[in-house]
Design a protein around this ligand. Structure first.
Ligand code: CAA
Length: 290
């Protein structure tokens, strides 16, 4: 088992993957960033550059830190080449079980036997993904939060077959990135999605029942509970389609009414109102994403 993590492969250069690659590179790791879609890989690298540029302009990142971090990240179009020298592989692909399983079959074949294998899933079962692995003891969840370069939390998820050394290495890796990890058992929605989605769905039911305007429901949490942003605005940022998929999954796994997706959520997704990425959700967003 790798006890020193130097080289990290990040699979997926989207919203989460680019951020994970950035924070790993900033912490001194050499990073290979793999995305099968070349345009997505380019967009991911552009976002990393933009985040670092903004960090420099805010005085939070030094010019040489920016240059060194960029220098440590290598885009790699081949999955096998991205994984072949990795001490840790972090998968940040779309939230589809079959896609993740098929990816990890290939990852296990390509990565060194000592490498740790991690998924950034926000709610899918670690044990169910690990079923395809010959060595599930080296597999765990490392769940980051968006925007990764600003959010302190990492949920380190322990599957029933995750080894102790793997878990310890995952916690140490997250701390090394300057994050504040919590350890969570592999239970549907872990700690963060289970609580966060419950709040979001209740806020949507309140919109359906005309309790208050979306902006005022959000204000209740921002001003009354000191949340940095209300649950409806956050849903717009995460994407209504993403929230719907997680709600359906939690409803199936946990039963009861708590996670049954509200009709308004289904309707808005059918209408293509997915939040910031489509310009409309519970709020209207201009092209600059405001
Ligand atoms: N590099 C370095 N530092 C930066 C930076 C950058 N590119 N951009 C901003 N910062 C710094 C700022 O200087 C500031 O620092 P100080 O606090 O020291 O002043 C800090 O980061 C906050 O920046 P801003 O004041 O500009 O922004 P903000 O106050 O609007 O906070 C935020 C930004 C932290 C993202 C805040 O909007 C927030 O907490 N949003 C909620 C995010 C959230 O809930 N995410 C979870 C989504 S759910 C998820 O991700 C899980 C899932 O699986 C779907």
């Amino acid at each position: 088992m790798a006890n020193r993590i130097e080289r990290v492969a990040v699979l997926g250069a989207g919203v989460m993957g680019h951020g994970i690659a950035q924070v790993a590179a900033m912490a001194g790791h050499r990073v290979t960033l793999h995305d099968p879609d070349a345009a997505a890989a380019d967009r991911g690298l552009a976002r990393i550059r933009a985040n670092l540029d903004k960090g420099v302009s805010l005085g939070k990142v030094r010019e040489e830190e920016r240059a060194e971090a960029l220098d440590r990240i290598s885009p790699e179009p081949s999955l096998a080449a991205a994984c072949e020298r990795a001490d840790l592989v972090v998968e940040a692909a779309p939230e589809r079980m079959e896609m993740k399983r098929s990816l990890f079959r290939d990852v296990e074949a390509a990565a060194p036997p000592s490498a740790l294998l991690a998924t950034n899933t926000s709610s899918l079962s670690i044990d169910a993904i690990a079923e395809v692995l010959a060595e599930p003891e080296r597999f765990l969840g490392l769940h980051f939060f968006n925007p990764v370069h600003l959010m302190a939390l990492v949920e380190v998820v322990r599957g029933s077959r995750t080894g102790e050394a793997t878990l310890d290495a995952g916690v140490a890796f997250a701390r090394g990135l300057g994050k504040d990890p919590i350890v969570v058992r592999d239970a549907p929605g872990f700690a963060s999605s289970r609580l966060g989605v419950a709040l979001g769905l209740e806020a949507m039911r309140m919109v359906e029942e005309d309790v208050a305007e979306p902006a005022d429901i959000d204000k209740a949490m921002v001003l009354g509970y000191r949340h940095p942003m209300g649950p409806l605005r956050l849903t717009d940022l995460v994407g209504l389609d993403v929230r719907l998929a997680i709600a359906e999954y939690l409803h199936e796994k946990l039963g009861g009414e708590r996670y049954r997706p509200p009709a308004i959520l289904r309707r808005m997704v059918e209408e293509g109102k997915l939040g910031r990425k489509t310009g409309e959700g519970f709020y209207r967003w201009d092209k600059g994403g405001r």
